[in-house]
Design a protein around this ligand. Structure first.
Ligand SMILES: *Cc1c(COP(=O)(O)O)cnc(C)c1O
Length: 399
């Protein structure tokens, strides 16, 4: 297989080099407070049979892969949950089981591999939390120096996780946009690779592996896939994987993909309906999908329109209820951003074919943000001194 970059806007083709990020021509038209213009995609040239290995379809060879087991996440067949919701072919792809407990490891892995290949020791990025802790962990395995710019709102657990992995962390007195700008200036001054989502084309390319794995695990593409959306990089990665499979003749068509956003952070949902991105302040319990300007918005929107994708929103209450429901009925504790995808499924369920092969992508582990999860449970308030304090009257299930 041969690989090159292609601009998602002007179609210009480029060789894959470590210092090329967005399209040099189209990025001249970049407007302030708008999504990135000129996002590059990796293009495949070649043929493959059904026995392909996921690494065959990646632009960095396995000899450069960092020594950390990213991907190959389990596809759950949640029998109890299936019975409860009445969908017999419902699956959950749990990416919270990645080494640093989020989907972001797929992107960090390929960026780390490219840095090894091109002999680059330094990787820098801005992150709201998971991308940073992911790059810190994967980089630690590879022996790379990781520098993070985190906005001041980054959740404590994700900050602690990044520091545990030994990353150099700068806490920015401002929002993600400010951290993003600083990280790019820093990379330009200090050299090394920049892993900002979408800005580095290998982030989306790494994320496509989830679709390749789903194809291998199911023996086909799903009928419907629910994915939570912030910047839209996972969404584009998911599409890229299926597009590669279609290009290779392994699937007949691109599945129905439903992007789910929080009602109070719905930039891509609005742009899907109006055609333009309007900057509006956001806030949601699902911090990983709390995004003012989705950096991969233009690219994600193009995919959605081209392949009949859909966008929907769910409220924070629906997310918290979905999180608790998924935990209790499947034994899967995912962070609010992951639960948003399940909340989307619950909301859309009346219109879905109960016989369809449906996949919910859960993108992060619930322990990353246990504070939010407390909203969906009842904390036992009183301390007991003996089991005589327990009332056995209710259903005999108090223990
Ligand atoms: C980053 C992230 C998302 C959203 O991905 P985008 O590429 O920003 O759309 C969803 N869930 C979790 C847990 C994440 O970390």
């Amino acid at each position: 297989m041969e690989f090159s970059y292609r601009c998602s806007v002007c179609n210009a083709s480029y060789d894959i080099t470590p210092d090329l990020t967005v399209c040099p021509d189209c990025s001249n038209q970049q407007q302030k407070e708008q999504p990135l213009t000129g996002v590059l995609e990796v293009e495949l040239h070649g043929v493959s049979d059904i026995q392909f290995a996921v690494s065959d379809l990646l632009p960095v060879e396995p000899v450069y892969f960092p020594p950390i087991p990213v991907g190959n996440t389990p596809l759950w067949e949640p029998a109890n949950l299936r019975r409860t919701v009445g969908f017999n072919r419902l699956f959950i792809k749990d990416d919270g089981s990645n080494p640093t407990a989020s989907f972001k490891d797929r992107a960090s892995f390929l960026v780390s591999a490219a840095a090894i290949k091109f002999n680059i020791q330094d990787i820098t990025l801005a992150s709201t939390g998971n991308a940073g802790s992911s790059m810190a962990g994967v980089g630690a395995a590879a022996g790379q120096r990781i520098t993070l710019f985190l906005p001041k709102t980054a959740p404590q657990a994700k900050l602690v996780q990044s520091l545990q992995y030994g990353a150099r962390v700068f806490r920015v007195n401002g929002n993600y946009d400010m951290a993003y700008a600083m990280s790019i200036k820093f990379s330009k001054r200090n050299g090394g690779m920049n892993r900002n989502s979408a800005y580095n084309p290998l982030t989306i390319e790494g994320k496509k592996t989830v679709s390749l794995e789903l194809f291998k695990q199911l023996g086909r593409a799903p009928d419907v896939l629910f994915v939570s959306v912030g910047d839209g990089c996972i969404l584009s990665g998911v599409y890229k994987g299926f597009r590669d499979l279609k290009y290779l003749g392994l699937i007949p068509s691109i599945p129905r993909i439903i992007g789910v956003q929080a009602e109070t952070s719905d930039a891509l949902f609005r742009a899907f309906n109006t055609g333009k991105f309007e900057n509006k302040p956001t806030s949601t319990i699902a911090d990983s999908i709390c995004v003012d300007v989705p950096c991969n918005g233009i690219h994600a929107l193009t995919q959605l329109k081209r392949f009949n994708g859909e966008m929907m929103t769910v409220s924070d209450d629906e997310i918290i209820l979905a999180q608790a429901f998924l935990s209790k009925s499947a034994g899967l504790f995912t962070e609010p951003a992951g639960a948003a995808a399940f909340a989307g499924f619950q909301k859309a369920a009346p219109e879905l074919d109960p016989k369809a092969v449906i996949v919910i992508l859960t993108t992060g582990n619930g322990l990353k943000d246990s504070a939010s999860a407390t909203l969906g449970i009842h904390m036992p308030e009183t301390l007991i001194d003996s089991i005589d304090d327990i009332s056995f009257t209710r259903q005999g299930h108090n223990l």
